[in-house]
Design a protein around this ligand. Sequence first.
Ligand code: GTQ
Ligand code: FE2
Length: 361
Amino acid sequence: MSSDVSEPRLDDEVAGLKELYRDFAAADLMPLWTQRDDLMPVAPRPTAVPAVWRWSQLYPLAQRAGELVPVGRGGERRAIALANPGIPGRPYTTATLWAAIQYLGPHEVAPSHRHTQTAFRFVLDGQGVWTNVDGDAVRMSRGDLLLTPGWSFHEHHNTTDSPMAWIDGLDIPLIDQLDAGFYEFGPTELSSCATPERSRSERLWGHPGLRPVLAPDRPSSPLVAYRWEHTDAALRDQLDCADEGLAFTVEPGHAAVRFTNPTTGRDALRTIRIEMHRVCGGVSTEPVRAVGSAVWQIFAGRGRLQVGETSFEVGTGDLFAVPSWTRFALTAADDLDAFRFSDEPVYEALGLDRVDGGAGR
Ligand code: GTQ
Ligand code: FE2
C-alpha cells in the first residue's frame, strides 16, 4: 500500500475522532476507553492517606474554640473534624468516616437535633456531660462508648464547672456520597437536665445475656451506653482465658471486643463497627489490609504503627486513619488499649468485604 493513499485517510480519521469527542462532550457523554484506570482499578486506590492527629495538638485547639466560638442553635455543635490531607477541602477523616473532637464548656448545652447520620461518642478522659438520646439522659465518663443511632434526637449538656471534650464518630462522608442526609431541629428548650447514674437504656438492656421479654429486635442497639468497667473486664478476662490455654484472642497477646446490639448480636450500629483492642507490651499485630476504612484512637499506652508505607509513633489520645486496602500493623511499646471504628458493616451488607493477611477478627 502506498503512503499517498493512507495518509489522507489517517488525517480524516483523526479529524473524525476529534469531532466525535467534541460531540460526545456536547451531548454530556464520556466513553469508557478514554477514562483513567482509577475508574475501575485492579484494587482499591483510596484518596485518603494514612494520617495521624495528636491529642496534644487537638485538645488545646478545641480549648481555644471553646473560648471563641459559642455553641447553640445554628452551629449546634463545637465539633472539629479530623480532615484527611488526601481529601482536601472536605472534613472527611476517611472516604466514609467522620471523626471529630467535641468540646463543651462549663454549663453549656448543645441543643437537640436529629439526622440520618449515625453517631457515637467515645470518652478519652473527663466526665460531667450527659448526652440525651431520645429522651434518655446518658452519663459520659472515661472509657465509655455512647451511641446515637440515626434519626434519634440528641442534645448534650455539661452540668459541671469544668469543660469536657470527647471524640465523635459519624458516617457523615458516607451519607453525603449516598445523598441520604436528612436533618431536623429538636425543641430549643433543654428536654431534660437529669443526671442519672444509669440511663433507661442500661436499666433495660445492660444486664449480660438478659433481654426484656417481648422487646422486639432492633436494627441499632437499644443499649446506648457501654461502660469502661465492662469493656476493661472483658479484655482482661479474654487475655487471662488465653493464658489458661483457651484460644479466644485475635492473636497471642492481642485481645479485642466488638460492641454489639444485644437484640441481634450484630454490630451495635448499622453503618459503623466499633471495637476495643488490647495489645500486650512487645506484641506486634499481624499486618492486615481490608476493604473499607478505619479510625483508631489510642486509649492508653504507647506504640508504633505501620500504615501502608508510613510509620508513626503514637501515645494516649492520638488518632489515626487507615484508608481502604492499606496494610496496617500495630506494635505495643507497653500494654496498649486502642479504640477502633470502621465502616465494615456497610461493605459486608453489600458483599464488598475482603481481607488480606491478619490473624482474622
Ligand atoms: O454531637 O450531634 O461531631 O451532629 C458532628 C455532627 C457531632 C453531634 C459531630 C453532629 C454531632
Ligand atoms: Fe448530631
